[in-house]
Design a binder for this molecule. Structure first.
Ligand SMILES: NC(=O)c1ccc[n+]([C@@H]2O[C@H](COP(=O)([O-])OP(=O)(O)OC[C@H]3O[C@@H](n4cnc5c(N)ncnc54)[C@H](OP(=O)(O)O)[C@@H]3O)[C@@H](O)[C@H]2O)c1
Length: 331
């Protein structure tokens, strides 16, 4: 494996992050248990931060961005994976402390690596990626809390984005009545095609609150936005309902009161995908394989060459990417 390959590499010069395509050899990859020939990566909000040189994700340099990857095992020092295995890795420190998926080869630790579920291609696994994985974690959290189909409606915020699109798709497939909240009115037909029963403008949640509690409309919510949106959602959750809180696309602050919690007994369920342990990963992937219709997944997915990643990163930060973007690391 001595021939060189292309990778996107972030370095810091005078405190500023720079990104360049470099030719590397596998000997230059950091140590790990498994060498993978990467077929596809994906684009998530965090990837947008990395490839535009923004702080908050990459914690050491040089760093190869790309928080997700899927491909085939080439070399392995553990019995758990053998050459030829099709594998997927989402989060687990990729692009934070460990070189990630925007590279033709990656050497990773085995801890968060998962065998690709039967029936899923590497491209489909990356169409799911961290965003889809997180969406399913949110659905599982709501289920475990007792928010089940047939109860009141559930609302998904940031619904035209990656996490949101997959959450709408899964929840509606499972029989929930899904309300999709979006700031992009032109995505209404798209969201209905994913199964949303109703599409609402996100301004409903961000409008100045007249009362600390609103009508008890929703049994549960998947919130990818945070900030005043999450505060508005909390005011609208019905007695003993729950919100799976996973994102901050609209801000990391939470201007709320304790009233939804102490008067309605609602729960705020924190969702983290990065350090999800192996048993949870296995459960999430198995439920994704069972409950995410692949034709719907294909319909929300676009494929982009790695060479265009910086442009795509700017678009996702501007809230302009619809659904999921797969990254072809060979293009
Ligand atoms: N906890 C975890 O482990 C985890 C995992 C994955 C992602 N996340 C977080 O989840 C969020 C969504 O990730 P993603 O990959 O789905 O990103 P995305 O594709 O960019 O989707 C985010 C969506 O949020 C909405 N939005 C964007 N800017 C907004 C603003 N200023 N105010 C209100 N809404 C806004 C937009 O939806 P509309 O156009 O429909 O309004 C946008 O499509 C991000 O904050 C990401 O960091 C967390």
């Amino acid at each position: 494996m001595s021939s060189s390959f292309r990778a996107l590499v972030a370095t810091q010069v005078d405190g500023k992050t720079q990104l360049d395509f470099q030719n590397l050899t596998t000997a230059q990859l950091p140590p790990g248990d498994v060498l993978i020939e990467v077929a596809y990566s994906s684009l998530n909000y965090k990837d947008g931060l990395c490839v535009t040189g923004k702080p908050g994700v990459m914690r050491s340099f040089p760093m190869v961005p790309g928080i997700d990857l899927a491909g085939k095992v080439v070399e392995s020092s553990t019995d758990e994976f053998v050459p030829g295995d099709s594998v997927v890795l989402t989060g687990g420190g990729l692009a934070e402390t460990h070189w990630g998926g925007y590279s033709k080869f990656a050497r990773v630790k085995k801890d968060y690596l998962v065998n690709l579920p039967a029936g899923l291609s590497a491209k489909q696994a990356m169409a799911i990626g961290t965003a889809g994985f997180t969406a399913m974690q949110c659905v599982l959290a709501l289920e475990k809390h007792g928010v089940v189909p047939g109860s009141k409606e559930v609302v998904v915020t940031g619904s035209a984005g990656g996490v949101g699109s997959v959450a709408v798709t899964i929840l509606s497939k499972l029989g929930y009545r899904v309300v999709a909240s979006t700031g992009r009115a032109d995505t209404a037909d798209y969201l209905r095609s994913l199964g949303a029963a109703e599409v609402i403008d996100r301004g409903i949640f961000t409008a100045e609150a007249k009362r600390p509690l609103d009508t008890e409309r929703f049994a549960g919510a998947v919130d990818t936005v945070g900030g005043t949106t999450l505060a508005g959602v909390l005011r609208s959750i019905s007695y003993r309902g729950a919100v799976a809180c996973c994102g901050l696309a609209g801000g990391s602050n939470l201007p709320t009161t304790v009233l939804p919690f102490i008067l309605r007994g609602i729960s705020l369920l924190g969702i983290d995908s990065v350090r999800a342990p192996q048993p949870e990963r296995a459960e999430v992937w198995s439920r994704l394989a069972a409950d995410l219709p692949l034709e719907q997944l294909d319909a929300i997915t676009t494929v982009h060459p790695l060479s265009d990643i910086v442009n795509m990163g700017s678009q996702i930060l501007a809230g302009q990417v619809r659904g999921r973007a797969v990254v072809d690391v060979n293009a």
